[in-house]
Write a protein that binds this ligand. Structure first.
Ligand code: 0O2
Length: 221
């Protein structure tokens, strides 16, 4: 390739990835605001942690190949919707839906798709709530609407997904049937753990509410 063509390509690629980094910054700020405000009003933080990543060029190209698409910037921009990825880990399952609703209610966010792998887990047991959104990024000379994937899950779902990903990544051949079954069983156990923690939390909340009520009763008028 000619030096100027290469330079132009390099500049275009830099700009391409920059818009995804900006999208992640926008969403991270939105989540931080929700988190702080929620803590202030409800004295409760529904979010355990947040992580973001921009998909590597290698993974983008692999996905393009898998989807049988041409490797052009336009095709990538329109079809690979998780180049910008945000992962929100929540304390309890009900927090996942709360956070998702709060994000979906924001006017500048266009919700393109919602995949509820909690109500409908994947065949292998994978659970998470996925939002595919578009967010406007205001640049000096234009506005770009950037696709971002937001994955919202509990700590137990994240534990399972991270390790399952690692197990498959390490073993790139066909995974034996008994391992697949055991992984699915582990996913069911993770979901059971989520239900148990949620139930314990509800019980404690009821106890706390009763205590607050009886301390009000005991207050001299
Ligand atoms: P990575 O390395 O996390 O980026 P798409 O191919 O995205 O257009 P698809 O496959 O229907 O459409 O998307 P889906 O099902 O919403 O999954 C996208 C992402 O969810 C994956 O991205 C994973 O991060 C996560 N995911 C989905 N299924 C599984 C699973 O079975 N196990 C684990 N551990 N994660 C899962 P990538 O690009 O595949 O991977």
């Amino acid at each position: 390739l000619e030096a100027t063509t290469l330079k132009n390509l390099q500049a275009e690629l830099k700009r391409f990835f920059l818009s995804y980094r900006f999208a992640l910054q926008e969403i991270e700020t939105k989540i931080n605001i929700l988190q702080e405000e929620f803590k202030l009003i409800h004295e409760y933080n529904p979010i355990e942690h947040i992580s973001t990543r921009v998909k590597s060029p290698k993974s983008i190209l692999l996905k393009i190949k898998k989807k049988n698409l041409e490797p052009s910037v336009e095709a990538i921009r329109e079809n690979i919707r998780d180049i910008a990825g945000v992962r929100i880990t929540c304390s309890f399952v009900e927090d996942i839906y709360k956070v998702s609703e709060m994000l979906q209610a924001q006017n500048d966010i266009e919700v393109v798709d919602v995949k509820d792998y909690i109500k409908f887990p994947k065949e292998n047991g994978y659970q998470s709530l996925h939002l595919i959104i578009k967010i406007p990024i205001f640049m000096s000379d234009r506005v770009e609407n950037v696709y971002t994937e937001i994955q919202i899950r509990t700590i137990a779902m994240d534990f399972w997904a991270s390790l399952e990903h690692k197990i498959y990544y390490k073993y790139n051949k066909e995974v034996p049937e008994h391992i697949r079954l055991e992984l699915k069983e582990a996913a069911l156990q993770a979901a059971e753990l989520d239900r148990k923690m949620e139930r314990l939390n509800e019980e404690i909340n009821i106890l706390k509410a009763n205590e607050a009520e009886s301390s009000l009763d005991a207050m001299p008028i």
